[in-house]
Design a protein around this ligand. Structure first.
Ligand SMILES: [Fe+2]
Ligand SMILES: [Fe+2]
Length: 171
């Protein structure tokens, strides 16, 4: 086995964190769908799919190093939000939390001189910078538009998507 048990346990926990983020984004996507905001709904649906890919990337890594995958229980996501800003704020906090989790994983890998895991985690370090930055950007757009002008946010997301630069488009 290429990674030690302590690292594998932490990665199994992170698989749960990624699935938890996935569920939260599907819940936010459903919330915006119910609020007749299709672009916001689609945007968060894409975020959810990305989180699923993150979870699968960790799962494949555990298999590759010859260890056992143990997916932990995942808490129910928050389903309702009073204002759009609250959903995006929660998303930003989630991305910041995941960044802290990935950093902690990397610290453990370095402390254990586990260069295989260290190298694997570098992709996530880069990914989290993008995810936090794009969610921060969306939060500012939502705040600037205000709850009464969410159609402006819809237009913004449709435009960004058309340019192929909508946050979180790239793997
Ligand atoms: Fe993620
Ligand atoms: Fe994320």
């Amino acid at each position: 086995m290429l990674a030690n048990q302590k690292i594998i346990a932490a990665i199994n926990e992170q698989i749960g964190n990624e699935f938890s983020a996935m569920l939260q984004y599907y819940a936010i996507s459903a919330h915006f769908g119910a609020e007749a905001l299709p672009e916001l709904s689609a945007h968060f649906h894409r975020q959810a799919e990305e989180e699923k890919q993150h979870a699968l990337r960790f799962i494949q890594f555990v298999i590759d190093v010859g260890a056992r995958v143990e997916i932990p229980a995942v808490p129910a996501p928050q389903a309702a939000f009073n204002v759009a800003e609250a959903a995006v704020q929660l998303s930003l906090e989630q991305e910041e939390r995941v960044t802290t989790q990935i950093n902690a994983l990397l610290s453990t890998a370095k402390a254990e001189s586990d260069y295989t895991t260290d190298n694997f985690l570098q992709w996530f370090i880069k990914e989290q910078l993008e995810e936090v930055a794009s969610m921060e950007q969306l939060l500012r757009v939502v705040q600037r538009a205000g709850e009464g002008n969410l159609l402006r946010v819809e237009e913004y997301l449709a435009r960004e998507k058309g340019r192929g630069t909508a946050s979180g488009e790239e793997e």
